[in-house]
Design a protein around this ligand. Structure first.
Ligand code: AMP
Length: 121
């Protein structure tokens, strides 16, 4: 049988988290290694390995949840970055779908954006 991911264990109450917002379908909590003054993870309670496997109907509900979260955190006006690493090449480490919500300062531009794509091949 597949071993539960850290985030499934958090949902099950087996591991603690620093919770920010919760409803029937989703949970949001502080990232344990924050990379911005505000770094929150939003996850569905139901297990999906990554975004590629996610249910579009639940994604619609999750959009509302993240928008509500941004208001709660005071990020709706100042702005934030929303990231979901999907699969091996993205560097995804926890294989339970999650969105990173980063904000609280002017985020640096992603270095990959500045790289010459030709140099990658
Ligand atoms: P990713 O690389 O997109 O899979 O991101 C996984 C994120 O989960 C990383 O930013 C970790 O710092 C974070 N993380 C891992 N374990 C925990 C935990 N127990 N509580 C909160 N965040 C965690």
């Amino acid at each position: 049988m597949r071993e539960k991911t850290i985030f499934e264990r958090i949902v099950a109450g087996e591991l603690p988290c620093n919770k920010v917002l919760e409803d029937n379908d989703f949970l949001a909590f502080h990232d344990i290694h924050p990379r911005a003054p505000i770094h929150i993870l939003a996850i569905p309670k139901k297990h999906f390995k990554d975004f590629q496997e996610f249910d579009p109907e639940l994604m619609a509900k999750m959009t509302l949840f993240i928008q509500k979260l941004a208001v709660l955190l005071g990020l709706d006006k100042s702005g934030y970055r929303l990231i979901s690493n999907c699969g091996k090449n993205s560097g995804q480490e926890v294989f339970h779908l999650h969105f990173h919500i980063l904000g609280g300062f002017e985020l640096p531009k992603d270095k990959a954006e500045q790289a010459n794509p030709q140099a990658l091949f």
